[in-house]
Design a protein around this ligand. Structure first.
Ligand code: BGC
Length: 480
């Protein structure tokens, strides 16, 4: 009987986590969708490089705003209501971007979507971790990163489906279609419960216990309630104690959280995720549709390698993956830079070499820094300041992402004759050349390796309490 109940509970938890993860899918979809839309925006509105960077970066600016405000909103209104609200913002943002009448309108609508991305990047993992039984929490939370990569892939497929070279306004449908996953999230969330953790925190013990009885193994319900109450007491203490994170004993943890997000973003990952079709067009692909098709392969490798990393991360450990990943990225970035430098002598083969190098690059990113950035920031802070530490980490992530995204095309133009614009058919001579940008990212990958030798901790198989003790003892990160 108890066994049957356990199984039912587990199935319910998985369904709940799957529905809530749609929030991750939307995050991926709405960041990835811009890649296939850019070549069409360029054609329909003749966007300048600066305008292209604006509409791409706008979502990230929104995400910074969303991430900044989400902690407090989720604590006041509850996780469920906030996720419901983000699904409405996602849907409204999709309609607004699709219907945009000017680049400024588009950029503002992308800020709206970005706010939803920023809020959900914090609230959805929080919701999932609070409804998960302890035993499978790690797996359920890390599935969020997988959903982001799946969302990116779905956006590439959908961009490809709507890319119609006879219609320069194809981009409208690419944006409109984002309404559907938002609706799925909205309808699904209506049926999902608020988290027991939030309810008990608001003094609604009876309701919280009832929901917990449906999620947790029956024998563990009371224990779980006690644990929640303990956590809440500790959090209340932390409220008054948040300056703790800036104390000397936690300086390394803070430095690692910001540092790993710096490396994750400054190796240029999102210049590929958002600009891959643009880069492929510069490499010689003719037409947006073919360039977006090549981008789909990038999206597939990203998803598959993320699955692989979920198996490797607890076997090989964090440090090994970090160094393997960054070495692979440094080499593939330097190769990309060199191929673009000798662009003219490589001729038509450049496009195949570019796709190959980018696939190698994305593989190494997805097995290492992609999941590692988010994992490490969730492990290195003591419970008392974990929420704050993680939000500083994710805020850094969005900020660094915005800087790289806002400067990529400018960096590409820096090495090219001024005044030229990218066209979708490689007609501009000379074309912009991203060689310099890729070299810069390669150098950052090498700096990341040197930094990591001292600062990347090996947290595999170590309890969070042991990590806290390690900092208290004043030991170095690489002594873990
Ligand atoms: C990064 C995102 C990136 C994604 C690509 C994440 O870990 O934080 O910026 O777009 O990986 O899969």
């Amino acid at each position: 009987m108890a066994n049957k109940e356990n199984k039912q509970n587990m199935a319910l938890v998985i369904v709940i986590a799957a529905v809530a993860s749609t929030g991750g899918l939307l995050f991926g979809f709405d960041t990835g969708v811009i890649s296939g839309a850019l070549p069409f925006l360029r054609e329909s509105w003749g966007l300048s490089t600066g305008q292209e960077e604006w509409v791409t970066t706008a979502a990230l600016i929104g995400a910074v705003i969303g991430a900044l405000s989400s902690g407090r909103i989720a604590d006041n209104f509850g996780r469920k209501k906030v996720i419901l609200a983000t699904s409405i913002i996602f849907a409204a943002g999709s309609i607004l971007t699709g219907a945009a009448t000017s680049p400024t309108f588009l950029a503002l609508s992308r800020i709206v979507i970005g706010i939803a991305i920023g809020i959900s990047s914090f609230t959805v993992p929080l919701y999932i971790s609070e409804i998960s039984p302890t035993k499978i929490r790690g797996a359920l939370v890390s599935s969020f990163q997988l959903m982001i990569t799946i969302g990116i892939l779905v956006s590439y497929f959908s961009d490809h489906a709507f890319a119609d070279e006879a219609n320069p306004f194809s981009w409208r449908w690419m944006f409109y279609v984002g309404v559907f996953p938002a609706l799925i999230l909205f309808i699904g969330m209506i049926f999902l419960p608020e988290t027991p953790r939030f309810l008990i925190g608001k003094g609604k013990d009876k309701k919280g216990r009832k929901i917990l009885a449906r999620l947790e193994e029956p024998a563990l319900v009371e224990e779980a309630i006690q644990k929640i109450k303990e956590d809440i007491r500790r959090d209340e203490l932390a409220e008054t104690n948040w300056t703790e994170i800036f104390k000397p004993w936690l300086r390394n943890a803070l430095f690692i959280a910001i540092g790993i997000m710096f490396v994750q973003q400054f190796v240029g990952i999102n210049t590929i995720i958002y600009y891959a079709p643009t880069v492929f067009i510069i490499a010689g692909f003719s037409g947006a549709k073919a360039a977006i098709a090549a981008t789909i392969i990038v999206g597939v490798v990203n998803v598959l390698a993320t699955v692989l990393s979920m198996f490797l991360i607890d076997k090989l450990g964090r440090r090994k993956l970090y160094f393997i990943g960054l070495s692979g990225m440094a080499v593939s970035l330097a190769a990309l830079g060199t191929f673009f430098l000798f662009k003219d002598s490589l001729g038509p083969s450049l496009k195949y070499i570019t796709v190959g190098s980018i696939l190698v690059y994305i593989l190494f990113f997805a097995i290492s820094l992609g999941p590692l950035g988010w994992l490490i920031i969730s492990e290195i802070f003591p419970l008392k300041v974990r929420g704050l530490g993680m939000s500083i980490g994710s805020l850094s992530n969005w900020l660094f992402n915005a800087i790289v995204t806002f400067t990529f095309l400018k960096l590409a133009w820096l090495f090219t004759a001024p005044g030229m614009e990218i066209t979708n058919h490689g007609a501009a001579t000379p074309d912009p050349n991203p060689a310099g940008a890729f070299y810069v990212y390669a150098v950052i990958a090498i700096i990341g390796i040197i930094w990591g030798i001292k600062y990347i901790p090996e947290t595999k198989g170590i309890t969070l309490e042991e990590i806290e003790q390690h900092w208290r003892d004043g030991k170095a990160p690489n002594e873990l």
